[in-house]
Write a protein that binds this ligand. Structure first.
Ligand code: SR1
Ligand code: MG
Length: 424
């Protein structure tokens, strides 16, 4: 990685003069910077994000800050995350064409990526709050997971290329450390930056932290996260990392990219839909009880897993060009049928892992540092706590019973049973 001595954060005033020398930018916006309008719109936890608009076009400029924006400069964070985001986006663009924003320019020293402005898209989380339906969302996300997870693994990749890539992404240690601490450790003890709805959830939180079986289960998931360099993960695939407009959905923000277990991305994604489902009663109005919307969220979860398995199966059958389960050992020996069993076992393992990661993600978004808007925006703390308590109870069962929960239907039964229990 090059040094970052010349790095300087952009602001709305300096951005035009600093980017006007880039042909790729002026081709879009024109050279007259007096016509450029710049808005800083970053609402995530880490970075600056600008939308730059001229009479002719709009672009997005994302720049890493040398610290965690959510916390401030007391928590330094390497600018190199921009390098990993750029490399992850480049690979995802090839493996899942059309699923991520196009990159126009990357500047490693300035830790900035200039990319396509997705318009009129908005963050999926806002739809989940407003009750907006997006047709084919589960299909798009399930297919994205299958394409990126399969094609970044030893099922598909040339072994030397993959090992080189594992080496490249192994440098993203600071972002891995955030996940290792914030997802798998901090929520399970009284860590300084944790927060939860208090006092309503105090006793539930105490129960969780005293639950040794749960802590052991979380550590087993952490072991998988740290040691199973199976494929290139997005690494932060929650509903704030998806932009939507009607039936179109694009995945953004892979700065947490790492080689890890396939179930991590899927589990994190499903967790965020489960939490949105838990939050729905708090968004009900006289004219909309949100029951139909809750059913739609379940459909999305079902579709994610169904389309993941469909596409993964297709890729297994047609693009198994890596070093695992080679045709020399199976098809060429007349043992093709054994591959069906192997595929079923692999999918079962990914499913089980996904449930474990799903449980960890729900717990950390409720008790850790980084929460979700669907819960945080519920003003009445009693109502909020009820939604969160349901999510926590679902999460505990998913994490501890992950080997025994065999289908999305069983997950939905658990969700409904738990929500009813918490309500009474
Ligand atoms: C300190 S960063 C907190 C969280 O924000 C990101 O989106 C990741 O989810 C991270 O865990
Ligand atoms: Mg992000």
């Amino acid at each position: 990685m090059s040094n970052t001595q010349g790095y300087a954060p952009l602001d709305s005033e300096t951005l035009p003069s600093r980017l006007v020398s880039l042909p790729v930018v002026t081709e879009q916006l024109g050279e007259d910077i007096r016509t450029w309008q710049v808005r800083e719109v970053g609402d995530g936890n880490l970075n600056l994000v600008f939308i730059v608009q001229s009479g002719t076009a709009s672009i997005v400029v994302k720049q890493a800050l040398p610290y965690v924006r959510l916390v401030g400069d007391s928590w330094p964070l390497p600018l190199s995350r921009s390098f990993y985001e750029y490399h992850a986006l480049s690979r995802q663009a090839v493996r899942a064409p059309g699923a991520v924003p196009g990159i126009l320019h990357f500047d490693e020293e300035q830790a900035l990526i200039v990319m396509e402005y997705l318009s009129p898209h908005h963050i999926l989380r806002h739809s989940l709050q407003q009750g907006l339906i997006h047709e084919t969302l589960g299909e798009t996300l399930g297919q994205f997971c299958a394409d990126t997870l399969f094609k970044g693994s030893d099922y598909a990749m040339d072994a030397a290329t993959r090992k080189h890539d594992v080496g490249l992404f192994s440098g993203n240690t600071a972002l891995c450390d955030i996940t290792e601490s914030l997802v798998f450790t901090d929520p399970f003890f009284d860590a300084p930056m944790n927060r939860h709805t208090s006092p309503q959830l105090d006793s539930v939180v105490a129960d969780i932290r005293a639950d040794v079986g749960l802590k052991l289960a979380a550590q087993r998931m952490k072991l998988a996260f740290c040691s199973q360099a199976e494929t290139l993960l997005h690494g932060d695939l929650h509903t704030g990392s998806v932009m939507v407009y009607e039936a179109d959905a694009k995945v953004i923000d892979p700065e947490f990219a790492l080689y890890g277990p396939m179930g991590f991305d899927i589990g994190m994604l499903i967790a965020n839909f489960i939490m949105a489902w838990c939050a729905q009663p708090a968004y009900a109005t006289e004219s909309d009880d949100r029951l139909a919307y809750s059913e739609w969220i379940q459909t999305v979860i079902e579709d994610i897993w169904r389309h993941f398995t469909r596409q993964f199966t297709h890729l297994w059958q047609t693009q198994r060009t890596g070093i695992l389960f080679p045709s020399t050992l199976f098809e060429d020996q007349g043992h093709a049928a054994a591959l069906d069993t192997a595929l079923r076992d692999e999918l079962h393992r990914i499913w089980t892992d996904s449930l474990g990661f799903c449980g960890c993600e729900i717990i950390r978004r409720t008790l850790g540092l980084a929460h979700i808007a669907e819960y945080d925006d519920i003003e009445n703390p009693d109502k909020r706590a009820e939604c969160e308590a349901a999510g926590l109870q679902i999460a505990r069962r998913l994490l501890v019973d992950r080997e025994r929960i065999g289908s999305t239907t069983e997950v939905f039964n658990l969700m409904q049973r738990t929500a009813a229990e918490v309500e009474t």
